[in-house]
Design a protein around this ligand. Sequence first.
Ligand code: SAM
Length: 248
Amino acid sequence: MRLDIVTIFPEYLEPLNVSLVGKARARGVLDVRVHDLRRWTHDRHNTVDDTPYGGGPGMVMKPEPWGEALDTILASDEDGREPVLVVPTPSGSPFTQRTAVELAAESWLVFTPARYEGIDRRVIEEYGERLRVRELSIGDYVLAGGEAPVLVMVEAVARLLPGVLGNAESHRDDSFAPGAMASLLEGPVYTKPPLWRGRGIPEVLLSGHHGRIARWRRDQAFRRTARYRPDLVERCDPAALGAQDREL
Ligand code: SAM
């Protein structure tokens, strides 16, 4: 998968060199290219922003550098891939695990993390006529820039790519994962030692009985979801709930 990220703070994306994403890059699973937007400015001050039409506080990112940057990047494809333009914005649709799964099926994502009050709307309109655009919010709060949202999205997508997680099964039971645990948060997890500061672990996990363990995990997931995210339980497909869930 190829990822292009255009930003005025390329150094903000340095975490993409470490851990899971860094290893995926080193193994060639991910081809990440970070671009400095100021490369496509032509004035002495490398200006990327200007005052908003209609007045008001803050600055807006100018369309010209974005247009030149995106034209250059989109023309640089070597493999005939069809890009998806990912625009982080608090006014986008929510980025969820489902979105991560959809993006993980793509071969080329181009991210446009903004600063100030965002990018001149005409840029999104212009590229929306040529390619698929996803305007995505990572949550109902406002950050100073889109770089942290890009780090969030790239990590969520990268761990779904084949060959990235050491154990491909690891994300099967994650919170929000499709399948038996769909729409549920993951319950508690334990490892060795069996006794720590006088605290043991639930007996069932030592039973070796896969059916009982699976049932226990699902019960725990259900209890946790009901406690912290009752909205998810309400949205759950009733057919997906067993009689045992209803008793909890
Ligand atoms: N005026 C904008 C609004 O209220 O929607 C906020 C602009 S914010 C200060 C600057 C940039 O940070 C945004 O254009 C976007 O790239 C990024 N950003 C901030 N919060 C975000 C969020 N929750 N999800 C995704 N991107 C976000």
